[in-house]
Design a protein around this ligand. Structure first.
Ligand code: CP
Ligand code: NVA
Length: 319
């Protein structure tokens, strides 16, 4: 069996997956952040510490990606390992069962990053896989994004505990991951979302179960949301897979655009976050996305460092 995280005290190799942030404790998130911070500082001095020599990561993507794919591939290379991007010809979901596919992958590689249309696909793969599985985005969540986002806020303001993140827009995959992430690191979250697009009861139950300490406010008023926040976060109104709903959503979401007028209600020093790609002129204006409050480039750059933290934590026995 390829490398898996050795969990001290259990006397065995336990395969850890990162399917949602519910898979990590607050201490583990902090550990990933501190590995990422160390690796980032070394990287900025020109050092690429080979913590994972010979380790192999596969990427299996059912949807397009720039940031997630490239940052994972670059990240494992910096760490001395290598990556395989598995294209359509491997026949994922068509040539054989997910269980058979997963069992084979585990014989060849140490970790697989999966971007899937349905969260269940990633969960099924993990159930049968003998290597670690990382969720690289599903309809349900985007945990690696949320980790990089919280890492970025930590880098910008230091202590996260007691601070507020404002989400303005659709209660989507990224929002769901951030909600649990905020709860784990002690941040509050306030979401301004049109009623029909707010979290449903099932999502709220899942969030409350996995982040019981989270202080979550849900409103329909974007101004109320941004007023006390250190970070104002938005994302596309229609995610990948929801393209047919784009026009209907646009009608509902127009009052939720993050523009200079909305930002004028935020605290001085509050910053604008977006996971990207953005639909400029819809959820965010050019003026704000390219303006002085925007940290989106730092945020995207940190995908690389946060994911190196995840990989090193997951795969290096003594990271
Ligand atoms: N933010 C993000 O995951 O970007 P990609 O879809 O380009 O990977
Ligand atoms: N919510 C977006 C995030 C893209 C990174 C989507 O799922 O398309």
């Amino acid at each position: 069996m390829p490398a898996a995280l050795r969990v001290e005290g259990l006397g065995c190799n336990v395969i850890r997956h990162l399917l949602t942030l519910a898979d990590l404790t607050a201490a583990e998130i902090e550990r990933i952040f501190s590995i990422a911070e160390d690796l980032k500082a070394k990287f900025e001095k020109g050092l690429r510490e080979p913590l994972l020599p010979g380790r192999v990561m596969a990427l299996l993507f059912e949807k397009p990606s720039l940031r997630t794919r490239v940052s994972f591939e670059a990240g494992i290379t910096h760490l001395g390992g290598s990556s395989l991007f598995l294209g359509r010809e491997v026949g994922f979901g068509s040539r054989e069962s997910i269980a058979d596919f997963a069992r084979m992958l585990g014989e060849y590689v140490d970790v697989v990053v999966v971007r899937a249309n349905r969260h269940q696909t990633v969960a099924d793969l993990a159930r049968h896989c003998t290597c670690s599985v990382i969720n690289g985005l599903t309809d349900f969540g985007h945990p690696c994004q949320a980790l990089a986002d919280l890492y970025t806020i930590r880098e910008l303001i230091g202590n996260l505990r007691g601070r507020t993140l404002a989400w303005v827009g659709d209660a989507n995959n990224v929002a769901r991951s951030l909600a649990v992430g905020c709860g784990k690191v002690g941040m509050s979250m306030i979401m301004a979302t049109p009623k029909p697009y707010q979290f449903d009861e099932k999502s709220l139950t899942w969030i409350r179960r996995n982040a019981p300490g989270l202080d979550l406010t849900i409103t329909t008023d974007p101004v109320e949301a941004v007023r006390d926040a250190v970070a104002i976060y938005t994302d596309v109104w229609a995610s990948m897979g929801q393209e047919s709903e784009r026009e209907a959503r646009r009608v509902e979401f127009v009052p939720y655009q993050v523009n200079a007028e909305l930002m004028s209600h935020a605290q001085k020093g509050a910053f604008l976050m977006h996971c990207l790609p953005a639909r400029r002129g819809e959820e965010v204006t050019d003026e704000v996305l390219d303006g002085p409050q925007s940290v989106v480039v730092q945020q995207a750059a940190n995908r690389l460092h946060a994911q190196k933290g995840i990989l090193a934590w997951l795969l290096a026995a003594k990271a």
